[in-house]
Design a protein around this ligand. Sequence first.
Ligand code: PHE
Length: 346
Amino acid sequence: MLENLDKIKQQFHDELNAVESKGELEKIRVSFLGKKGLVTQELKNLRDLTPEEKKTAGMKVNSLKQEIEKAIVEHQKILEEREYLEEIKSAKVYDFTIPSSREVGTLHPITIIQKQIEDIFKTMGFIIEDGLEIQTEYNNFEAVNIPKNHPARDMQDTYYLENGQLLKTHTSAAQNTIMRKYGEPKKGEPLKVLFPGRCFRNENLDASHENTFFQLEGMMIGDDISISNLIYFMKVLLSEVFERDVKVRLRPGFFPFVEPGFELDINCAICGGDGCATCKQTGWLELLPCGMIHPNVLSMGGIDPDKYTGFAFGLGLTRLVMMKYNIKDIRMFNSGNLKQLRQFTR
Ligand code: PHE
């Protein structure tokens, strides 16, 4: 009987080594441990032995049974692992932990300066708002005091959608929505909002005109806001951005939504004031139109113009970035020319 056990053990290991699938493994399990399996048979044979023989033989059969059970479980694990590896290979799973050789992008120069200005204004208590790019005619024109047939609409021709909406021509298109969102300010707590955005106009392209450009608008409304508040914030803005004193000039300017209105020009940094294509040979660049918000605009926004006043400014963000980085041609921004755009890092 003991000889028989050795043979069974040998047979089991030989057969197990040849097993390639779970199905074959199950067959082996049945042929050794099943009801009529070889080991089960040996267990039954114990009955015919003397109690003395039974003791040693019983121990041997049981330990063989355990050995076989263990070997089967282990072999099952090996097969499952093999199966898993095959699956990965055929499924083309990529290893995302392998370091990539791809280059990392850089921020667009306009984004860099926009964030910088947002940070400056945030420290002065301004909220940052996001205006829609597709706007109603009402928000873009009527609500900022530019009624139908007003000549100011000619200067801001734009792209109209079939449903009558348009691509906004200036960030001022968000003024009405913002006034309605925040309502009349509490005493001593003026509403201070900054709203940058992409604008569109039907333009003939040249070094300083694009059909797609960025503005950055700001508004402050309260019970005691005057032109001196406006000038203060404009000075902080420009000196922070240029990190030096910039020469500016203030001219009266007309915009239907401000009264009085101003044009704040800065000395052209590209030619130093001698005159070049960017500044149209004048030595000055219109950069910061601004003024006190027109009473009509306040009342259309649900704010009582007899109680409140406010200023608004509409910074030409694209133009400011040109000045800051000495970029001569506005068309570079949308060109997708990475060689040029990659030069600008903070
Ligand atoms: N929205 C005006 C423009 O794009 C700029 C502006 C904004 C002027 C705010 C005054 C006050 O031309």
